[in-house]
Ligand binder design. Sequence first.
Ligand code: SAM
Length: 309
Amino acid sequence: MSQATPPLQPIQPLLANAAIMEAVSRQNYPAATLYVVATPIGNVCDISLRALHLLALADAVACEDTRNTAQLMTRYGLHKPLIAAHQHNEREVADKIIARLQAGERIALVSDAGTPGVSDPGAKIVDAVRQAGLQVSPLPGASAAISALSASGLIHDQFHFIGFLPAKAGQRDTLLQGLTSVAATMIFYEAPHRIIDSTQAMLTAFGAERPVVFARELTKLFEEIHRCTLGEAQAWLTADSHREKGEYVVLIQGAASAASDDQLEARRILSILLNECSVKQAASLAAQITGQKKNALYELALALKSAQE
Ligand code: SAM
């Protein structure tokens, strides 16, 4: 299979196409409105024509990191006053934004990458603006979660977005235990320095057979999307040292299609018992509680125990 990059599509005529640019600007962009604008998650070209039009129209841009946003805007020849709006000042900055909106301005809200408010600052500002009776309008675009889901190959009628797991191991494990019987595809964000530990914790919670998809460095030069079982995941992650770097979305197949209710219940009970007693005792007690075969439970307990270690 050829790895050659296909020639660039001629997008210049598109931008010069008066009918398309007219369609971009024809939409109503009322004043006194906060516009929530999605920005690229890697490839700088993943921004919509409408988003660029709105950034050009805005009186100011509220952003998570003024340096990042200035860089993005400069790429597109845009220069606007920037308002720092990060997780430590969202409530205070909301008051300033509300005052400017009340004066009739259009303010754009962006985060460093992707859709604001999705595991990113922005939701508190949107809440305050709406509570003040002002309009909020989305300019849709990239989000790592939806991009990863769309290319995962996991069959999903429903998905459950979790975002980042807690940094503390105890809280992380409790949260994962509570997700073992979720039927929908689960979507996690994870930092590269935690990917190995988090995947190990997922193995303990969901079991070795559960399908997982790693979506790494989406839309970037070294994009990888890999599907395997949780039992195979550590081998894939450690096979290449680059995999301990980069940005990850981790998707776990939902319980409904991955295991029966009986298997899930056995796993849940064994996980609790293994904190208090030996593998043999845990299997024996679980057999009495569930009525399932002791041998199979013993094998499962062994796998859970070794995953915990
Ligand atoms: N609001 C953003 C969105 O809608 O995608 C997410 C922001 S959150 C702070 C950043 C996390 O999103 C990263 O740690 C990673 O888990 C995920 N992410 C962002 N860009 C990514 C990419 N290009 N490839 C894979 N994951 C990405």
